[in-house]
Design a protein. Sequence first.
Length: 603
Amino acid sequence: MAPVYKMLAEVNDAAGIGVTSSYNAISRAGGGRKFVGFTKNDLKNHLRTVRTLSMEYGDATALLEYFRRQAQLDPGFFHEVEVDVEENIASIFWADGKMRMDYHYFGDSISFDTTYRTNKEYRPLALFVGFNNHHQLTVFAAALLYDETTATFEWLFDQFLKCMGGVRPLSMFTDQAAAIAAGIRSVFPDCFHGLCTWHIAQNAVVNLGSLCDSDFLRELSYLMYNADDEDDFEYNWKKMIEKCFPGKGPLGHSWLQGVYKVRKKWSSAWVNNYFGAGMKSTQLSECCNSNIRHYLQSEFSVSRFFVHFERMLDNKRDAEEQEEYYALSRLADSRFSTSPIVKQVANVYTPKIFKFFLDQYKESLAYNIFSNTEIEPEGHVGMFDVFILEDDHTRLDSRVLKVDFDNGEIKCSCRKWESSGLICKHQIKGYDMLWSTTCNLKFQHIPSSLILKRWTRAAKTRGNFSFEVPSTDSPSKYRSRLFNLSAVSASMISRVSMDDDLYKSAMAFMTDLIKKCEALSINEPAGTSTSSNGDICFCYLVIDDVPVQKVKGFKPKKDSFKPSKRPIPVAEAARALSKKKRKTNRLEEEHLKAVEESLRLKL
């Protein structure tokens, strides 16, 4: 295989392209299979050789070498490896400079999840994720854990805190694992720990069986997202128990008792008192895991895992850059509205957040507002009721607004701003009404105290860092040069190959250029490696002569069972079993009908 074809094969493999597709693309680019000079098996064997070279010194040593190289290329790269007394790697934590910068901007609320196994060592991939100012998922840090015990999570959270300069999140949302809760209490004692409402609903299906019907889930959903305060929660919890479990109550269901004990971690009656950037569950990280399945496979070696993990990050960051470009290059269209607050935030919020604001604004048009106190000119706080009035004069979604006439702040009893950093439809109604009826300039615009910078176009203009953004002078830049040269060469070849004189001139020129390059003794750049036959290996880890930390290998897992896919949630498994039973029953019914029809024909 020619070096350029080897390079293309390795890059395609690192991009997740299969052998067949890669071979078809390369052979087509080379003018056909008979012109490239190798078969699909040759390509497959080359990739196997490259992977063998990258693992020559073992996954553990290759991993440490990978971290060393990343630290050279990225001044902000941080990593820690937990090593046991036998010098085996137990757990791994890492975050690059971009992750750490994103945490500085958007790490006020994070979601933590450990549900996916992405390597043949069967280590859980732990992700710290959150929302950026475009409401996109962003990764703050990652880890491969040996196990999911309290001690492991305490070590992990300590490394996370160290990596982020001691800056703690305001809130952290996880699943119901007791070990995670203990780790958070130990390392983040002042951080609000919220539970995943999605997991609670899924576990309800499993633990309550047929009792978990649509009525129960509807009542539970109200308690999760709409309960206003403790009294409202207790009243509706009691109503739910009486309605869904008549004559029994929760005493006969230990799961219900357990969920009730931790109600302050999942019900809006308490959760809305804490900032959570709009995420009340680990659905954010569940979404991330669904994306991970497109990039990572459980049979990957650890070193190969990092190649594809970087690919996943690159794609997410590319999507973020597109949103950033869109936000900076276009102004939001607010011509359809005469509301001054709509025109104000149109070019303050990012396009995605402005769309959320517009949805709230449109919903606010259906509300009525009524003052339950006399409005004095200046210097006091007024109270207003906001509600939807039905034809029968029934009030729906009734909320209380607290208006400060001194500074123009309006707070709402729904606490959407406190929990998400975005004003709600009730507050919007208050600003529009007070501006249109009083012409008080303090209500013409939303005060800056209610516009959270993390949701704005200027979110990334704050803060200083002790490290620089990663340099572009890296192996990726080197590969880019090779592709550019290949493209120019291909263009030149297509032009000169049709003419004898041009062909002879081009050959003479290229031969002379090669001699000049050899005379200059151009060296390979740092970060690439050379195999025994002089070919460049672009996408895998190969150890050089620089010493790295001595380790024996990865600490072996105690459990021998290693499934090839992610752990299936109990609710999902229950649904799959139910579906299988329905299919079995349907097949049995069809079989009986066929037997009856056969007997009828015989008769």
